[in-house]
Design a protein around this ligand. Structure first.
Ligand code: SAM
Length: 483
């Protein structure tokens, strides 16, 4: 029980005015003071759930499946274990095989699961309007199996950097990052997206179990102010959605001002073109958190989680937008010359037995990038902060490969790979060369793996592998020193 949790009286009074009759304020308050259970999601772009379960058993992790997310698990770690080795420094985390994500925050992408997974071809685009730090973006990527295009937008520049780093770690290769106020999408990318997630900025009332100070600056006035931003964002998202597409709106707050009322605004604004998709059957027992409208209003005491709100809509028909905008300026990339492309592809084949990378090879000055194929249709609509995967730097004798090529496509390699032992992984993530037990006869570049997932590039050098980990990713602290 965290007695330091700050819960102001005026907040409690407000909650009393809208808490549903089957829940009590006493349960709500005591649940707000309970510590939150640690939960992780397996990143199926890097590791299967079955392999994760085996690995967890091997390293003695006590895990419990999260009933609504097949890739989600609660993890029971003692404070001593966490102090000796923070979860962020574990091999499973550093390799991108897991993402630490609160259990209820896995729900919004799951509300789009059926639509995304029923798409048969590669020709679809999804927008994540407010994406950083990227828990739901990476979950969407995994649901999309890196197919199609995922535009992940974030308004804050510092958070955009974290989003980019997380996407690299998770091996996401179908993502285009953008850096705008989400209100621009309806005008610049009108009816461009098959599905959209708006995990909106909010007052965070549901996060008090994680952050005892989450309610420090709470006021109704600020709820009202944030709701205005949310209305602008949901309107923009709906305009950016193709007819027939689905929109999921979510927040980690409880007040109807930022939830039900924002949904009412959407329904009033677009009348017959929008319909609620009820979420009562999203998972077993979902009905215990479902509102009469069909939204999920997850109070912390219902599933012993953070508070969350999730609503889902379908766009039944096109709507007018007389304010459509066209971006100025040209696209700064050009296709990689075909002769150079052949040489690059044959190097990947010779060194790693990678036959072809999935996407379009594009060049900007000396940089070589791989763009998701689906980007072609949307590339001129907005200016992107980062597109696809940076594969390398072009030199007169070929291409110097980038770390990211390995993290995104290393799983395609059939030779010149090396699975790091735990002590080698410690060295690798501290930026040191990897010492080998036996001198190697191999030469050239090698893809390093950890927990079976690609984590970077090195170079064979007889008794060691030279470390090519970018300096900015070199981890601090202790890795793999189990207590
Ligand atoms: N979806 C993220 C995840 O699961 O990791 C969490 C998103 S958080 C709830 C909301 C994000 O919206 C914040 O990163 C915030 O910086 C960003 N944001 C705030 N105002 C915005 C705006 N006008 N347009 C787009 N993003 C905005």
């Amino acid at each position: 029980m965290d007695k330091n949790t700050y819960i102001p009286e005026n907040f409690i009074d407000d909650v009393k005015s809208y808490i549903p009759p089957h829940l009590t304020i006493e349960d709500f308050l005591s649940s707000c003071q309970e510590p939150l259970r640690l939960s992780i999601r397996v990143n199926t772009l890097k590791m299967s759930v079955a392999d994760f379960e085996l690995e967890a058993q091997k390293i003695g992790w006590q895990i419990t499946p999260i009933p609504w997310c097949p890739e989600g698990f609660w993890l029971n770690r003692s404070p001593e274990e966490e102090a000796a080795l923070p979860i962020g420094n574990t091999a499973l985390h550093l390799s991108g095989c897991i993402y630490v994500q609160e259990a209820s925050s896995m729900l919004p992408p799951l509300a789009l699961r059926e639509e995304i997974q029923s798409i048969q071809d590669n020709e679809f685009a999804v927008l994540d309007v407010a994406a950083a730090p990227g828990s739901k973006t990476s979950q969407l990527c995994a649901l999309m199996d890196n197919q199609g295009l995922l535009v992940a937008n974030e308004f804050s520049s510092s958070r955009l950097k974290v989003l980019a780093a997380n996407m690299k770690r998770m091996g996401a290769s179908n993502v285009a990052l953008s850096h705008f106020d989400g209100k621009i999408f309806g005008d610049y990318m009108y009816e461009c997206f098959d599905h959209i997630l708006l995990d909106a900025p909010c007052s965070g009332e549901g996060t008090v179990r994680k952050d005892p100070n989450a309610l420090k600056n709470w006021s109704i006035e600020s709820n009202v102010e944030i709701a205005e931003v949310q209305k602008t964002l949901i309107r923009s998202a709906f305009l950016a959605l193709k007819p027939g597409g689905s929109l999921v709106y979510s927040t980690c707050t409880l007040t109807p001002l930022e939830n039900h009322h924002v949904c009412d605004y959407l329904l009033n604004e677009f009348g017959g073109a929008v319909e609620i998709i009820p979420l009562a059957n999203l998972f077993e027992n979902a009905e215990t958190a479902t509102t009469e409208q069909g939204y999920l209003h997850v109070w912390p005491q219902i599933f012993d989680s953070e508070g969350f709100f999730i609503a889902k809509f379908v766009k039944k028909s096109s709507v007018d937008n007389e304010n459509q905008q066209i971006k100025k300026g040209s696209f700064p990339f050009e296709p990689f010359a075909s002769k150079a492309q052949q040489a690059f592809n044959s190097y990947l084949k010779k060194q790693f037995k990678i036959s072809e990378l999935p996407g379009n090879l594009m060049q900007r000055d000396k940089e070589l990038w791989l763009f998701p194929e689906q980007l072609d249709v949307l590339k001129d609509k907005i200016k992107y902060a980062r597109l696809g995967i940076k594969l390398g730097t072009i030199h007169k004798n070929g291409v110097r490969l980038e770390h990211e090529l390995a993290t995104a496509f290393g799983h395609l390699a059939r030779q010149n790979t090396h699975e790091l032992t735990q002590s080698q992984a410690v060295d690798y993530f501290q930026g040191k060369d990897v010492r080998l037990d036996k001198p190697s006869v191999q030469a050239g570049e090698v893809i390093l793996t950890l927990c079976g997932a690609p984590v970077g590039l090195g170079k064979w050098q007889k008794a060691k592998i030279k470390n090519n980990l970018p300096r900015d990713i070199i981890a601090q602290g202790q890795l793999i020193t189990w207590v």
